[in-house]
Design a protein around this ligand. Sequence first.
Ligand SMILES: Cc1ncc(COP(=O)(O)O)c(C=O)c1O
Length: 397
Amino acid sequence: MSLSIPLSSPDITEAEVDAVTAVLRTPHLSLGPELAAFESALADYHSIPHAIAVSSGTAGLHIALLTLGVAEGDEVVVPSFAFIAVANAVLLVGAQPVFADIDPLTLNLTPSTVESALTPRTRAILAVHTFGIPADMRGLRELADRHQLVIIEDACEALGAELQQRRVGTFGDLSVFGFYPNKQITTGEGGAVLAHTQAHADRLRSLRNQGRSPQRRVSVDELGGRHPNPHAPHASAPASDWLHHPDIGFNYRLSEMACALGRVQLSRLDDILTLRRSAAERYQALLSDIPGLELPPLTLPVCTISWFVYVVRLPQGTDRARIQDLLANLGIATSTYFAPIHQQPAWREYIAPASTFLPVTESMGPRTLAIPFFNRITAHQQQQVAAALREAISLQA
Ligand SMILES: Cc1ncc(COP(=O)(O)O)c(C=O)c1O
């Protein structure tokens, strides 16, 4: 019998369907009240003054780097054990990513791995909370202050995680979230940047919207008769500045439908994180006695993990591709989070081979395996995954 257990699965309830449908019944499909409401909810959740919704996490990284003035000639320290957008975004602003190694337990950059990657050209640290485990932001901040560096916090995988009871996304000079469908909450495609200052928020809003002057927040009340986009079908605001572009920017806007979806998802986040934590605990109980298999930490001092994916490390010497095939044949999806960026075909030409020596990253890369993990995964599905993985590993012992 073939199963069908996906790697991830969005969790969309009637509340999300209703919210998106309601938007479709209005004339405001972009830059309307849902954007304002989603941004406010994100800012409030993080107790931070500004949230700027964007079309993806990658877009957020791009304009965060631009806003902090990272440019050609600068170096940015990034993990190689990460999603490729982390390094690509640095290239997009003309700067050079410099890869640093990770801690073997948390899979995150550490102050000492970052310190060994610093040069006189280093301008920024791009710290990722890998798989929802908070990086050591206090240590990284202390290092950044000592070397006058800025920090971009990549919290794309970590919405709701905490470090010393403070939410991730509040430690960086700017921080970035992503809402792709496999994330803790989704907007289909989407992301957000959190900012502490009005100046940063204004710049981000301008970059997101073709370099237009940053619009002040559009409130639900105002939208009765006015709209920031005078070309919107029912807008009555004067077309004074829609085609005026003081800056160079991009179309990184997030639609009203996406914002409505995100707003409802965010309102459910506490429950979502509880479901995901329970699923992680169940896997831990099911898998902990498989010889040689290393599991992700369930708890860490002073941290609250926000479970993004469940990634195991296969026993040394295991043929991972063979394990994946065996599981795929049973209908169980897996993935190889993450192939190190510096070993990706597209990246080799940017890296002097001898200059990149990342022993932990290079040893983790071939061993990690993401197994099915989503809000509504059932205990029964997890038992089936665990049994299949146990069997596949035992065939290679
Ligand atoms: C750490 C990290 N940064 C950036 C991104 C890019 O986000 P998006 O796919 O929304 O562009 C992702 C997406 O998975 C990610 O995991």
